[in-house]
Design a protein around this ligand. Structure first.
Ligand code: NDP
Length: 284
């Protein structure tokens, strides 16, 4: 069969929270020449999100996606290739965070958090980047906690983190962090004791490396902090609504063809936040 002429957008982990709002906004902004996909690891939670979105006046499509499962990621890739011949927008939103009062051992928190937020995001990229069409836009949900982690790192580690790093070096860094978490030597390596923060350092460094390496015509990759948002992840403590949180991700997902910047950047409230040690850094 001939591939559909529709353009296609995929948002990972979009059955709730910021991803849900990103889907809604993309549907509203992109219109009828686009197929926008809610993806969820759980089919029932995905179906529930679809009916909530329908009540809100939009009708995205659905595909199952568990970013921790290679088989699930491969199935989505094959489906997109067969149905649309590629992909135009990818928002890597799915992520996890242990609660501050979790009693899970730090080694476990490090392994599990880095596995989903870093390795599984990378797994999605590895499977879907070959499908990206000209002018494709990719957005990773990162966080200002990456700035916080950088500012709390040792001077030696800060120096290393702020120099251009290849994707292989970033992978090594993340493996090393988990190994050290298991050995109880994270702080000796200059890291702050934060699994989530380091996972987002990994996402940020991944963004920088991918933006340097990516092949293709006008493919733009950025990451961003959505701000402190009222979701399950934050136990509903964040002041921003999911729609406010979706603003910068949607802005980056819909950057017009041929833009010169931002490319390979981390943004907060639509502004580039340089990757640099800031002695007066304040968490936003
Ligand atoms: P939520 O916990 O509300 O939603 C997270 C979403 O990711 C859910 O749909 C969840 O699915 C999904 N998910 C988790 N693991 C997987 C997986 N293995 N495969 C597929 N989907 C998965 O979080 P938020 O909406 O708050 O966060 C969205 C993103 O924004 C995350 O990357 C987060 O780190 C980032 N962020 C959030 C901030 C905030 O203040 N909220 C601040 C900075 C960054 P399920 O329902 O099945 O669990």
């Amino acid at each position: 069969a001939m591939a559909s002429a529709l353009k296609v957008a995929v948002v990972t982990g979009s059955n709730k929270g910021i991803g849900f709002a990103i889907v809604e906004q993309l549907c509203k902004q992109l219109g009828s020449s686009w197929a926008v996909y809610v993806t969820s690891r759980d089919e029932a939670r995905g179906a529930d999100a679809l009916s909530q979105l329908k009540q809100r006046g939009v009708e995205p499509r659905f595909h199952q996606l568990d970013i921790d499962s290679q088989e699930s990621v491969d199935r989505l890739a094959a489906y997109l290739k067969g149905t649309y011949g590629g992909l135009d927008i990818l928002v890597n939103n799915a992520g996890i965070a242990y609660k501050g009062d979790s009693t899970a051992p730090f080694a476990e928190q490090a392994e599990v958090t880095i596995a989903t937020n870093f390795w599984s995001t990378l797994r999605v990229c590895d499977a879907l980047f070959p499908l990206l069409k000209p002018h494709a836009r990719v957005v990773h949900l990162c966080s200002s906690v990456s700035d916080m982690a950088l500012n709390k790192a040792s001077p030696e580690l800060q120096k290393k983190l702020t120099q251009p790093m290849s994707l292989d070096e970033v992978k090594q860094l993340m493996s090393d962090f988990v190994a050290r978490a298991k050995a109880g030597t994270v702080q000796e390596a200059g890291w702050p004791q934060t699994a989530y923060g380091v996972s987002k350092v990994g996402v940020r460094l991944m963004t920088y490396a991918q933006a340097r390496d990516v092949k293709g015509d006008d493919i733009v990759i950025n990451c961003c902090c959505p701000g402190y948002v009222d979701t399950d992840m934050t136990s509903h403590k964040g002041p921003k609504t999911i729609y406010e949180g979706a603003d910068t991700p949607v802005y980056l997902a819909t950057l017009p063809p041929g833009i010169k910047q931002p490319i390979g950047e981390h943004l907060y409230e639509r502004k580039v936040v340089p990757w640099a040690v800031k002695p007066d850094f304040k968490f936003v």
